[in-house]
Design a protein around this ligand. Structure first.
Ligand code: PMP
Ligand code: GLN
Length: 375
C-alpha cells in the first residue's frame, strides 16, 4: 500500500526526460544552461586539493552561516543570529521538507496557494496532515478573503512562494498587510515563505518576509543558492527561522542529512565575498525581454512576468488541446519542451497555459523561438 497514492513522478522529471528522448530544446525544467561564474569554479578547483572534505557542523559551515547572516543584513537590513537562526540545507527542497516534518502534526492543516510549486504537498501528507489548496485570483494575486475563510484553529501553516513559480508574480505590500491581519487572529499560525527567486525580480522590488516585523517570530524563510548562482545541481540552500522553531527543524535535519556537502559550503562562503547578487535581476530581465521580443511574431500570448526565470504563455489561439497533450506534441512535433500549468493545480485546472524557462543562453532562446514562431 502506497503512503502517497496521489503523488506521481514530478512533471519536471517527466518533461526533461521526454525532451532528452526527442532531442528537444528543453525550456521545461527550470535550470540555467550558461556557464557558472569562473570565479566560483576556480574556488572549487582549488578547494578540491585542500582539507575541506569532512563533515561540517550539523547546521552548516560556520563561516557560511556568518556570510548568510551578512547577506540578509545587506539585502534586507535584518539581523539574524547565525548559530541559532540559520540552517544550511541540501537545496530549498530539503529545507521545505524538513521544516514541514518538524513543525506540522497529524490532522493539522496547511494552506497551499494554487497554482503551486510541486514540493509542498507530499511532506504535509507524510505528516498525516491536510493540504488545503486555495486558488489564487485570475491575476495570480492571493485572494485573502478566501484564504481567511479557509483558516481555522486547525490551520498551522500558510505557504507563500514569492516570487512565484510558475507565474512570476510577486507579492505587494498590501498582500503582507492582509496576511498579517489574518495572523493576528491565529497566534499559532506559521508562515513558510519560499523565496528561492528572491534576487530575480524586475520592475518591482521584491518584498521579503525578512522585512516584515510582524512575521519574524513565526516565519520560516527558505532560499536556494541554486537559483542565485546558476548552480541548481549543487542542491544547496538555507532556512532562516526564529530560534524556538529552528530547534525543532534541526532535530529533523540532523537525522535526514546531518550536514550538507562540505566543499560546496566552503566554496559558497568564499564566493559570497565577491559576488553581487543585486545584479541578478537585471541579468534575467534582459533574458525575459529578449525572449519576449523573439516570440513577438508567434501565436503565443505571453503573460506578465514580474520575477523568476519563467514565462507563462497562452496557446489558446493555436490549439484547444489540454495543456499536457499540447506540451507533449510541442516536444514531439516542434522540438521544444515546456511545462503544462495544469500540473500546478490540485484539480488539474486546464487554462491552456504553459511555462517556458528563459534561463538559457541567447542561442538556445533564439533556436527555441524560431521553432515556436513556426507553430
Ligand atoms: N521552491 C521553488 C519555488 C522552486 O522553483 C524550486 C526549484 N527550483 C525549489 C523550491 C527547490 O529548490 P532547490 O533546487 O534548491 O531544492
Ligand atoms: N524548480 C524547478 C522548476 O520549477 C524544478 C526543480 C526540479 O526538477 N525538482 O522547474
Amino acid at each position: 500500500m502506497s503512503k502517497l497514492p496521489q503523488i506521481g513522478t514530478s512533471i519536471f522529471t517527466v518533461m526533461s526526460k521526454m525532451a532528452n528522448e526527442h532531442n528537444a530544446i528543453n525550456l521545461s525544467q527550470g535550470f540555467p544552461n550558461f556557464p557558472v561564474d569562473e570565479r566560483l569554479t576556480s574556488i572549487v578547483a582549488r578547494l578540491a586539493t585542500e582539507n575541506v572534505h569532512q563533515y561540517t557542523p550539523m547546521s552548516g559551515y560556520p563561516p557560511l552561516l556568518n556570510k548568510i547572516a551578512k547577506l540578509i543584513l545587506d539585502s534586507y537590513k535584518r539581523v539574524v543570529q547565525p548559530e541559532t537562526e540559520i540552517l544550511v540545507t541540501a537545496g530549498a527542497t530539503q529545507g521545505i521538507f524538513t521544516t514541514i516534518q518538524a513543525l506540522i502534526k497529524a490532522n493539522e492543516e496547511v494552506i497551499i496557494l494554487d497554482p503551486s510549486y510541486d514540493c509542498y504537498e507530499a511532506p504535509v501528507l507524510l505528516c498525516n496532515a491536510h493540504a488545503i489548496r486555495v486558488p489564487l485570483n485570475d491575476d495570480y494575486t492571493p485572494n485573502w478573503e478566501i484564504i481567511e475563510k479557509a483558516c481555522s484553529i486547525k490551520t498551522r501553516m500558510i505557504i507563500i512562494n514569492n516570487p512565484h513559480n510558475p507565474t512570476g508574480k510577486i507579492l505587494a505590500e498590501a498582500d503582507f498587510i492582509k496576511l498579517e491581519k489574518i495572523l493576528e487572529k491565529y497566534p499559532d499560525l506559521l508562515v513558510l515563505s519560499d523565496e528561492v527567486y528572491e534576487y530575480i525580480t524586475f520592475e518591482e522590488k521584491h518584498i521579503s518576509a525578512h522585512t516584515r516585523q510582524e512575521l519574524l517570530n513565526r516565519c520560516i524563510m527558505i532560499s536556494s543558492f541554486g537559483k542565485s548562482f546558476h548552480i541548481t545541481g549543487w542542491k544547496i540552500g538555507y532556512v532562516v527561522a526564529p530560534e524556538h522553531l529552528m530547534i525543532e527543524i534541526k532535530k529533523v535535519h540532523q537525522f535526514l542529512v546531518f550536514s550538507v556537502n562540505s566543499i560546496s559550503q566552503v566554496a559558497i562562503s568564499e564566493y559570497l565575498d565577491i559576488v553581487d547578487v543585486t545584479k541578478l535581476g537585471k541579468f534575467y530581465q534582459e533574458k525575459r525581454d529578449y525572449f519576449k521580443k523573439l516570440l513577438e511574431k508567434s501565436r503565443f500570448e505571453l503573460k506578465p512576468c514580474e520575477g523568476t526565470y519563467f514565462q507563462v504563455a497562452s496557446y489558446k489561439s493555436i490549439s484547444d488541446e489540454d495543456d499536457v497533450t499540447f506540451c507533449k506534441r510541442l516536444i514531439t512535433e516542434y522540438g521544444v519542451a515546456a511545462i503544462p500549468i495544469s500540473t500546478f493545480y490540485a484539480n488539474g485546472k486546464d487554462l491552456k497555459l504553459i511555462r517556458f524557462c528563459f534561463a538559457k543562453d541567447n542561442a538556445t532562446l533564439e533556436a527555441a523561438a524560431e521553432r515556436l514562431c513556426n507553430i
